[in-house]
Design a protein. Structure first.
Length: 398
């Protein structure tokens, strides 16, 4: 019996489904064999939420779950046996892993493995008292250890203390004075960087130029261990200075360029009677006089004027350490341009396109003065300054 095209497609679909199912099962088994038990558990739980009667999946979940539990409880017992308080947090984290795993599986229980003729051997253990106990022990230990590190006054000890306190805050918010200690650790562990502007051109800059450049939000540059200031503050020993040097300024003369282009267009310019070869007015089928449009070509020249003026600031960014040594040098520049176009028609304006009409509706405008262009160039320079600092922040964060 010949298979129809539809039957062939159905058969192919069945083969693909079976193939995908086998591949999926092999993925879970490979995860178990490689020791990636929680991945295998996640896959099995996802399948069983759709169908709790899949015996093979139940068996895979049972194997992966029990292996993961045994592994984590052994880790906990080994860490407890050391008697080292530094392991409290690792013990707590392992209890959290166990708790999450049990929370995933518990809603599916009981699971009956029809193929084996018995319920799955999956036990949910009560670990809450131990979890809470080591949560408290971890918080107490890390908090106490962080205090000791902060007392040393060392930047690097403060950063270690900060990491410990962040752990405490992540699983035990508002524990004692953790938030205050975090702020203190950040302050002690941070490098303080002063941003300065230096005009080396000998050309006076606009009155608000320095203020505009300094409007670079220092908070945008701040990172965990770097705090930027645009003004020197008392009682702070700056670790680095980031100095922006204005090296040169180019301001072009005011320029007006001319360009002439021509537009042509065919337009209707009235009408006339259609005449036959004898010069008589032609008639349509209804006896009416036939009229035809008069089409002629019109032309218009447009003189396009372009007003232009530019300013470019050439600068550099220097990174300087506490000993006054330059540890980084990066040239940058930014400019600002004025460009205005207007036009004057010469001829029949009916030949113009819409954009030509808009051009001819424009009028000449005053050129900006040098100071205004420099201010705009300075504004355009700020993103480049920030980008250089971000790209080279390793020079001031160590």
């Amino acid at each position: 019996m010949k298979l129809t095209t539809t039957n062939k497609y159905i058969g192919l679909l069945i083969i693909l489904i079976i193939g995908f199912s086998n591949f999926s099962c092999k993925q879970t088994q490979r995860a178990i064999n490689s020791g990636d038990y929680d991945y295998a558990i996640d896959r099995s739980v996802s399948k069983l939420r759709k169908n709790k009667k899949k015996s093979k999946v139940i068996s895979e979940l049972e194997i992966a779950y029990n292996k993961a539990q045994r592994q984590d409880f052994k880790r906990i017992n080994d860490l407890k046996a050391t008697g080292n308080p530094a392991n409290y947090f690792r013990i707590y984290e392992t209890y959290v892993d166990i708790d999450r795993r049990q929370d995933k599986v518990a809603p599916l229980l009981p699971l009956y493995n029809k193929k084996k003729g018995q319920s799955a051997n999956i036990e949910i253990q009560s670990i809450y008292p131990e979890l809470e106990s080591f949560k408290n022990k971890s918080a107490e230990y890390l908090h106490a250890r962080a205090n000791i590190l902060l007392d040393s006054g060392s930047k690097y000890d403060a950063r270690d203390a900060y990491a410990m306190l962040k752990k405490v805050d992540s699983f035990f918010p508002n524990f004692k004075d953790t938030r205050q200690l975090l702020a203190a650790a950040n302050s002690i562990g941070s490098n303080y960087i002063l941003f300065e502007l230096n005009n080396r051109t000998g050309i006076p800059m606009p009155p608000n130029f320095e203020r505009e450049i300094s409007k670079i939000s220092m908070s945008e540059l701040d990172q965990t261990w770097a705090e930027f200031h645009s003004k020197r503050e008392k009682n702070i020993n700056y670790d680095y200075v980031v100095k922006m040097n204005i090296v040169d300024i180019d301001i072009s003369p005011e320029r007006i360029a001319e360009n002439i282009f021509t537009r042509e267009r065919e337009i209707k310019d009235g009408w006339q009677y259609a005449l036959d070869k004898r010069g008589n007015v032609m008639k349509d089928s209804l006896g009416n006089d036939i009229k035809v449009d008069i089409v002629r070509t019109v032309r218009c020249d447009v003189i396009e004027f372009t007003q232009a003026k530019d300013a470019i600031i050439h600068a550099s960014i220097d990174f300087i350490d506490a000993n006054g040594q330059r540890i980084g040098h990066y040239p940058i520049n930014a400019g600002a341009g004025f460009d205005h176009r207007y036009g004057q028609p010469r001829g029949d304006v009916r030949a113009l396109k819409s954009k030509d009409e808009r051009l001819c509706s424009q009028k000449p405008v005053p050129f900006p003065n040098d100071m205004d262009l420099l201010m705009q160039a300075g504004f355009n320079l700020k993103p480049a300054v920030k980008n250089i600092i971000f790209q080279n922040d390793e020079l001031v964060i160590n």
